[in-house]
Design a protein around this ligand. Sequence first.
Ligand SMILES: Cc1ncc(COP(=O)(O)O)c(C=O)c1O
Length: 446
Amino acid sequence: MTRVLHRSTKMKFDVAVSGDGLNLTLADGRTVIDAAGGAAVACLGHGNRRIAEAMGRQAAKLAYVHTMFFSCEASEALADHLVGHEPGGLSHAFFVSSGSEAVEACLKLARQYFVEKGEPQRTHYIARRQSYHGNTFGALSVSGHPARRAVYEPLLMRGVSHVSPCFAFRYKPPAETSEQYVARLAAELEAEFQRIGPDKVIGFVAEPIVGATSGCVAAEPGYFKAVREVCDRHGALLILDEIMSGMGRSGTLHVWEQEGVTPDLQAVAKGLGAGYMPLGAMLVSRKVMAALDGGSGSFAHGHTFQAHSVACAAALEVQKIIAEQKLLDNVKRLGGVLGKALAARFGTHNHVANIRGRGLFQALEFVRGRNSLEPYDPSARFSERLKLKALELGLAIYPNGGTIDGRLGDHVIIAPPYNATDADIDRIVDRLGKAVDATAAELAAG
Ligand SMILES: Cc1ncc(COP(=O)(O)O)c(C=O)c1O
């Protein structure tokens, strides 16, 4: 009997005992290809000695100090590495222990920014439907994820509203051009600012590539420039959540580099520490820092474990490896290989409606039939069945339901490590193909 409160009390979870590169070994001796790094986390694979040794060295030298009294070498070095060159005007980093905490920090500092500036009437966040920003109350309040919100709905923050996602595959009619679609979404955001009162809005929160909720949905060209303009027009902040899509997963260190905008605040996590330690960060722009520094000078927020020495040392080693080995070049190149392999295997598959994503962050969206694009009934639990079938075949992937509107639709995310090879991609796509075929056949058989 387990004493761990697992994610499901009904399911029995296999125990993973070791990992090496792309492979996990389970307690019963089976091996599984970890094709999504958990939830797009393990971006350098498992069992990396160099990272483990860096963590060991830091733990032996100094594991922990409280940030009310001291800074530490590892957090200083990591912050220098990430924002020492002020990419896109981001000049400071606030380190936390999860993605949700990174989003909470963004929501809080965004609010404090306006208090410091003498605009305390700004109390409203605008976010998007079909989004996920975390499970703590603030982060869940801005999330547009009906299933994860459901139990807590009556308790969520009041000052939040949601506009449409930029999800062309499902929501752009064929007669509408991409430019018209972007203009329509920008007009919707503008109308939401007007409805709330433009001087009441703190900021707009969005994932530049939507991860778990819809499956690697990148915005249409020009979308982020258009929403940046709406925010600027009303003096509101642009808060980008790159927790899943960022830190190199889409081919550039930050997704906003591909969108021609820069955020005022940015949340990162998963790929930052590659899963060797729990670590997230809020990256803060010079503009927001100047208001804080010129005002109270003290961020009214903090955690006991923030800027943890061992977590920061692990992440610094991860980031050095990515830079030294030029792994983002491999993400771009191998992303092309993955895209082609998925297109070859699923491009005409009757149950695959769409193949999408960027770099090593790609997804398949499933349907009952590709002509009708009709999703499976949620009661069929396609994505859950696919997860289990793939595990049986020795493949761990990251599937989810509710792709289209929180209830309908199924997708799976494939997010291999940045140092994966062409042969790894072949093995992943081969097993995924078998798992998809078997799941669809099982459902067809009733
Ligand atoms: C885009 C995004 N934001 C926030 C989070 C929350 O991060 P965490 O689970 O580390 O709290 C996630 C996690 O999946 C995410 O994908």
